[in-house]
Design a protein. Structure first.
Length: 238
């Protein structure tokens, strides 16, 4: 990691507009969790359904989209990325530094609130809160890598990311059997199912597929983002 890149990225990422989203989305999640607990008491089926579909299926991808595109997208749009790339810092280190920042934000503003929501709804029973918290971290890693790559390769990264998150992950990846093996959400739920002592019917992918899939997608997306940054620096020099 590069300290200068980290500091500059945090300033951009936690600006006023993005900062509001990082507060509003987990806040909504916790409010809804509290209302469900108040209305129905402790119901592990409701907890797993809510955390699997809404928390990991909707809130987390949106947070990762804001973080993954926000760590590099604004710099590419205004052209300031060229000045960063002109410095003697390896491209892979720039990408890794930005990716770590994005993952850290998603962990703090996504995975931790999801864990708290699980505690609100089911307490510490059957490892539900911890299991979904770990699953959220897993999903956040994959989502951030994919969305950071989208921000590097396209100026329409937010639109493409929304289509991917809402269409592929929520609809196709959630209901089409063949496509589920290529869903980050399903990979995360597979890890969650392994950790909790409650049946999780929404998790259909085996752990043997989920873990290698996550590692491969994260590694490839990070590598290719570094390669595209290299071409951006060449274009800027010309």
């Amino acid at each position: 990691m590069n300290r200068t890149v980290v500091v500059l990225t945090l300033r951009v990422l936690l600006g006023r507009r993005r900062g509001l989203l990082f507060v509003a989305l987990p806040g909504l999640l916790l409010v809804l969790a509290g209302l469900l607990r108040w209305a129905g008491g402790v119901d592990h089926g409701v907890t797993t359904g809510f955390l699997g579909s809404f928390a990991i299926g909707t809130v987390l991808p949106l947070l990762a989209l804001v973080a993954g595109t926000g760590v590099v997208g604004p710099e590419i749009d205004d052209g300031s990325i060229v000045y960063l790339l002109a410095k003697p810092v390896p491209r892979w280190r720039i990408v890794v530094s930005k990716l770590v920042i994005a993952m850290g934000c998603v962990t703090v503003f996504g995975a931790l609130p999801i864990t708290v929501a699980g505690l609100i709804m089911s307490g510490t029973e059957r490892g539900i809160a911890l299991g979904f918290g770990v699953g959220a971290v897993i999903a956040g890693i994959g989502y951030c890598a994919v969305f950071l790559l989208l921000a590097v390769v396209s100026r329409n990264a937010v639109v493409l990311g929304l289509v991917y998150a809402l269409l592929w992950e929520s609809l196709v990846g959630g209901f089409v059997p063949g496509a589920q093996t290529l869903s980050i959400q399903q990979w995360a739920l597979s890890v969650t199912r392994f950790m909790i002592d409650v049946p999780l019917s929404s998790a259909t992918v085996s752990l043997a597929v989920a873990v290698p899939g996550l590692v491969l997608v994260t590694a490839l997306a990070t590598w290719y983002a570094g390669e595209r940054l290299r071409s951006l620096s060449l274009a800027g020099e010309e």
